[in-house]
Write a protein that binds this ligand. Structure first.
Ligand SMILES: [Fe+2]
Length: 385
């Protein structure tokens, strides 16, 4: 009989996987810059990378996969966004926040005192519809694409939430993120151990700094290497783990335009804003594998319709094809399923075209917005149950 692949693991997680001593051993690691040749610095155990486009994309991605899996679990890209691109997006986000306030629909927050923070849920869709040109230039960003492809593969689903943490706002309880980070504690042990290992592979967490974030402003608290702890989803709420986090976490100061990415299993939480004058704005990126389900529902057809003229203008202005591709992948639905196989049968291939395929083909052909509209409507109609 072949050796079972599960030999090294028990099928379920139990108390023996949730010990603080094992956790301490898992996180007691020093990051050695020499192990990560593309990085330029290690700060507080966190790897720092430059924003310059890599000539050896694949090698950088291999290093990022290692950093997020077995390494510190968190990386910073300095100057990932230009000041102009970030500032235009910040202005649009503040306009959206003002509109939400004026409409009496200011968004609640799952941490912080009511009214202490400002939040834009589904900021990706709201930005695409409010300021399509700003959106397109923002998501042309190649740093997002390099690390998203590394963690999730060539197709992924970008969602974002803007968070403005105002002076005086208190820190968040340390936690892990989606998927299993949002399952009720009593239900977690019902998921087999292999799903605890898989959950972090379905999402990449990110944060783009929209202002300078010195430590007193409360940038994200992080516990490097904590993503390596198998029992972590079950254990993170326990008082001894919260106390350990309080004592050992690090906070990487960021500058406007820097981008932080981390494994969603990394223990983390927003920090206390002890400044008197910094409204700490971050665009929190939650980027999903197409094989998973994102938390937020987006109208990607409406988003594509809004930004396509901006894409055509960028193409006419000679922007690199790679950047146009990045915008399309960040906007359109990249996965062809679920669909209605009675009317959307794959012909000559394993899968029907995805919305990304439809938009890329339209862009390559120089299709008009009206022509793209017809193609997308046809595509959407075929998916209806
Ligand atoms: Fe989080």
């Amino acid at each position: 009989m072949a050796t079972p692949l599960t030999t090294a693991y028990r099928p379920w997680i139990d108390e023996s996987d949730c010990g603080l001593d094992e956790f301490r051993a898992a996180v007691a690691q020093d990051t050695d810059l020499a192990d990560y040749p593309h990085a330029i610095d290690v700060r507080d155990n966190v790897l720092v990378y430059p924003a310059t486009a890599p000539s050896d994309r694949r090698a950088l991605q291999a290093e990022l996969i290692r950093a997020l899996t077995d390494g510190p679990g968190v990386v910073v890209f300095e100057d990932a966004f230009s000041t102009a691109v970030v500032d235009r997006a910040s202005s649009a986000f503040y306009a959206i926040i003002e509109a939400q306030r004026a409409a009496g629909s200011a968004a609640g927050d799952h941490f912080g005192e009511p009214g202490a923070n400002d939040r834009i849920w589904n900021a990706a869709q709201k930005l695409a519809l409010h300021a399509p040109d700003v959106f397109a230039h923002y998501y042309a960003n190649d740093t997002i694409a390099v690390i998203s492809e590394a963690w999730l593969g060539p197709r992924y689903q970008v969602t974002s939430q803007v968070n403005v943490v105002n002076p005086g706002s208190k820190q968040q309880v340390p936690h892990r993120d989606y998927h299993l980070g949002f399952v009720a504690p009593d239900d977690l042990a019902a998921y087999p151990a292999h799903l605890h290992r898989m959950s972090p592979m379905l999402t990449l967490q990110g944060a783009v700094a929209h202002c300078d974030m010195p430590v007193e402003s409360g940038p994200t608290m992080l516990l490097p290497y904590s993503q390596r702890f198998l029992g972590g989803y079950i254990a993170f709420n326990r008082p001894e783990f919260v106390a350990f986090f309080d004592e050992h976490h690090v906070q990487a100061p960021l500058r406007s335009g820097d981008a932080l990415f981390f494994n969603p299993a990394l223990y983390h939480g927003a920090g206390t804003n002890e400044s008197t004058d910094i409204n700490r704005m971050a665009n929190l990126l939650q980027i999903s594998s197409p094989f998973g389900r994102a938390m937020e529902a987006l109208d990607r057809t409406a988003m594509v319709r809004a930004i396509y003229p901006a894409l055509l203008a960028m193409k006419a202005a000679g922007r690199p094809e790679r950047e146009l591709h990045n915008v399309v992948v960040a906007t359109a639905e990249g996965y062809p399923f679920p669909t209605n196989l009675d009317i959307d049968q794959p012909i000559g291939s394993l899968a029907p075209a995805s919305q990304v395929d439809v938009v890329l083909a339209a862009l390559a052909d120089g299709a008009t917005p009206q022509q793209l509209d017809v193609a997308m409507r046809d595509k959407d109609d075929r998916r209806v149950p």
